[in-house]
Write a protein that binds this ligand. Structure first.
Ligand code: CMP
Length: 226
């Protein structure tokens, strides 16, 4: 079981035959909850495609505090940066829950892109998408007020389909500390903004979780329209 990896951007435009050759080069990896796949600054030898589970990408700030960068879900790719530029890992990757991944090691990757150049182009597309998202994020974190930052962080998780779909929206396992790291704002601010959004029916609060009920209003909050 797990996500249909054929639908990943990595395989866009490739024939079924090419896909089955590429798939054979993947190695299966299982991670237990809390297991560290790699630490920041380690040399990187593979990229990973998530089949099942959830992976947290984080980084220690200059003050030594861990900063959450992203939660990744089935279908997402990570670890591609070190593979491409041969620099050390830019962040740490840890399984949030029991997870199954496919790993593509550097040697196999280089053999495959000679045969299927589209694979390298698709990886470049994934990097370009990440860069676009980072530019947008830098803009939000620089210019938006704290409400906008919190709204943006929640919308980002929502768009990445983090958590479980519910009849009313999406339920995300997320502490206020994690949300404050994602939104690059203080815990006190997050508590205040979340309480306001709960009161307005945009969010529903739980213990260590937040349910997003009203995406349209969250978007208005981001653009300061509400
Ligand atoms: P790499 O540097 O090889 O190892 C860490 C990986 O985390 C990196 O490749 C990216 O795939 C991923 N990554 C780094 N920063 C972010 C981010 N801000 N959002 C999502 N993924 C990231």
């Amino acid at each position: 079981m797990g996500v249909d990896i054929r639908r990943s951007t990595l395989f866009d435009g490739l024939s079924d035959e090419a896909f089955s050759v590429i798939k054979q080069a993947f190695r299966s990896i299982n991670l237990a909850p809390g297991q560290v796949l790699f630490e920041a600054s380690e040399p990187g030898h593979a990229l990973y495609l998530i089949r099942r589970g959830k992976v947290k990408i984080s980084h220690a700030n200059l003050d030594g505090k861990e900063k959450l960068l992203a939660f990744l879900n089935p279908g997402d790719i990570f670890g591609e940066m070190s593979l491409v530029d041969e620099s050390p890992r830019s962040a740490r990757a840890v399984a949030v829950e029991a997870s199954a991944l496919f790993a593509l090691y550097k040697q196999e990757y280089f053999l495959l892109i000679e045969r299927f150049p589209l694979l390298a182009h698709n990886l470049a597309r994934i990097l370009a998408q990440r860069l676009r998202e980072m530019n947008r994020e830098a803009e939000v974190l620089t210019f938006e007020e704290s409400r906008g930052k919190v709204a943006y962080a929640l919308l980002k998780l929502y768009r990445h389909q983090y958590g479980e779909k519910t009849s009313q929206g999406r339920l995300m396992k997320l502490t206020q500390r994690e949300l404050s790291e994602l939104a690059a704002t203080s815990r006190e601010t997050v508590t205040r903004v979340v309480a306001e959004l709960i009161e307005r029916g945009v969010l529903k609060g739980g213990v260590g979780s937040i349910e997003v009920l009203d995406v349209a209003t969250l978007e208005k909050v981001l653009y300061d329209l509400e």
